[in-house]
Design a protein around this ligand. Structure first.
Ligand SMILES: CC1(C)CN=C(N2CCN(c3ncnc4sc(CCF)cc34)CC2)S1
Length: 509
């Protein structure tokens, strides 16, 4: 691993100074189309600089100074090569200065010690305490700018990305990013068989940096996707960097320029085939296309279905977000039956997991769908039924399939809870459920064909012949105690019309 100092190639330099969205897209195109690897640190510094200029300090063109605040139109900043080069050299010398690769000489693959050492360098140089879930903390620009105690900030994803960018600078092309739907870690070694935690997750959880991702926690928890994370190559790492662009200026305003840059970069990656195994990036593109459609490009619905197809093809349909991207789109556009179906399909994914203490993000996602979005949906359609009785036939509340989707949604949540260490549902879920079910007339409910099949359900129980006694979070116990069941035969599998899943977990897979 030769220790050569920085120096960008001429084809990288020629795009500077960057003064438009097109200039940044051109730099990314050069980096992505080269035979060699795209330079993660360079691209992260560029994206972070542009994001900072467009969202943190409002960039005003002279003529706007006098105009009133609300119609400020920020122009695109001018990003000089010298600025980027200085930050890159700072990162490179920090990394090369701290890691003595001579002691790892000869191993063509990274070792756990090297990965841990690299993670320690990033970790120990972070500002002591700062708000970890603030925006704009995901790039090396945030890490490298500002003096101690004012700079050196990274969020959870940003630390993992920085470790991979550092290992690239040290010459380890085997160290890659692994992404779940709410966490990031690294893979390395021959065929990427080794895994290592390099960052923290959530609040109040002890970090497990240096440890491999394995064992019971990683097996059944959504946080680790049960062995189906997105295993990145350099191009997918660029896609993760682009997906992480955050156009928000404030809680209510976004930078249009930055959103456009993110959208164009995602289409560039899409056209190169770099999003094919990255469902969330395709979903992000779908969200951007809903806000600002690109003429001649796929519709948001097509993109969300491509994300679902990617998850089904590459990840054994173990990802939840592709369905919640689609469900959210249908909900926002008043296509309520399709929204219920998408959310039922999301629940068919989560049923494969056991709920654990680090799965809060997806718990909140399902809580919002069940206790906020579906009750609102049902209120809207029941008002429609009153205001337009002539359209009752097409109304969701008179459609047994809608009721079937609703039952499948809740059945998935119940199955998620079964055999989990932590309860999912509690009385706070019951009130909205009762309100929702009671809006469906008995006639609709009676048409749902619930098949009782005599299939014996393979229950994989830790305790012999009796499942774990669980208390609800409020200490209330189930009316029917699981261990009241006399024996296995009494547990029958009910099939709700239109659903067919014998979940992997139950089938003992
Ligand atoms: C349907 C939704 C609620 C809308 N946005 C969603 N996301 C926004 C973008 N997200 C992401 N987008 C691209 N890549 C990644 S990697 C990752 C785990 C931390 F590293 C998260 C994430 C997370 C999920 S899910």
């Amino acid at each position: 691993h030769s220790i050569k100092m920085a120096g960008f190639r001429d084809d990288q330099k020629c795009t500077f100074p960057l003064q438009s969205i097109q200039d940044v897209v051109k730099l990314f195109r050069i980096e992505l189309e080269r035979g060699d690897e795209p330079n993660l640190a360079l691209l992260s510094i560029v994206v972070g600089s542009v994001e900072n200029l467009l969202t943190c300090n409002r960039y005003l063109s002279p003529r706007n100074e006098t105009e009133s605040e609300q119609n400020v139109k920020p122009n695109f900043p001018i990003l000089e090569l010298s600025t980027v080069e200085a930050l890159y050299c700072k990162f490179e010398s920090q990394i090369k200065g701290c890691v003595d690769v001579t002691q790892y000489r000869g191993n063509s693959y990274a070792s756990r010690e090297l990965v841990k050492k690299t993670s320690d360098i990033i970790w120990s140089s972070l500002t002591r305490s700062y708000c970890k879930d603030r925006a704009h903390l995901q790039t090396l620009y945030s890490y490298l700018t500002g003096e101690k105690n004012f700079g050196n900030k990274l969020d959870c994803f940003g630390v993992a990305f920085a470790v991979v960018a550092a290992c690239q600078i040290l010459g380890y092309s085997d160290v890659h990013l692994a992404l779940s739907e709410d966490h990031a870690w690294v893979i390395f070694g021959k065929d990427g068989e080794e895994t290592a935690e390099v960052t923290w997750h959530g609040k109040g959880n002890e970090d497990k940096r240096g440890q491999p991702v394995c064992g019971p926690t990683a097996q059944k928890s959504w946080l680790y996707l049960n062995g189906h994370p997105v295993k990145c190559n350099r191009h997918t790492e660029v896609a993760a960097l682009v997906s992480g662009i955050n156009p928000s200026i404030s809680a209510t305003a976004d930078s249009k320029e930055l959103a456009t840059l993110q959208q164009k970069l995602l289409w560039l990656l899409y056209d190169q085939g770099d999003l094919k195994n990255y469902p969330m990036a395709i979903g992000n593109l779908g969200d951007l296309e809903e806000i600002n459609p690109t003429p001649g490009r796929s519709s948001p619905i097509d993109l969300f279905h491509q994300a679902i197809f990617a998850a089904q093809t590459h990840y054994a349909n173990h990802h939840v977000y592709p369905y919640t991207y689609l469900g959210g789109f249908f909900y926002r556009n008043g296509q309520y039956k399709d929204a219920l179906e998408a959310w039922a399909n999301a629940a068919d994914v989560i049923r494969k997991y056991n709920y654990g203490r680090e799965d809060e993000e997806i718990y909140k996602e399902f809580l919002e769908i069940a206790n906020d979005l579906i009750p609102h949906l049902v209120k809207v359609v029941s008002n429609q039924a009153i205001e337009a009785p002539e359209k009752a036939e097409s109304n969701c509340l008179h459609d047994p399939q809608c009721f079937a989707h609703l039952l499948r949604f809740y059945d998935g949540l119940c199955a998620w809870e079964e055999e989990s260490s932590t309860p999912v549902l509690h009385i706070g879920w019951a009130r909205p459920l009762v309100a929702t079910i009671s809006k469906f007339p008995a006639k609709t409910r009676s048409h749902v064909d619930i098949k009782i099949s005599e299939e014996k359900e393979e229950k994989v129980d830790d305790e012999k012949n009796g499942s774990v006694n669980r208390r609800h979070s409020h200490g209330r116990r189930d009316s029917l105690q699981k261990n009241d069941v006399k024996n296995e035969e009494d547990i029958v599998k009910t099939k709700v019309n239109g659903s067919t899943n014998v979940s992997d977990k139950k089938a003992g897979k």
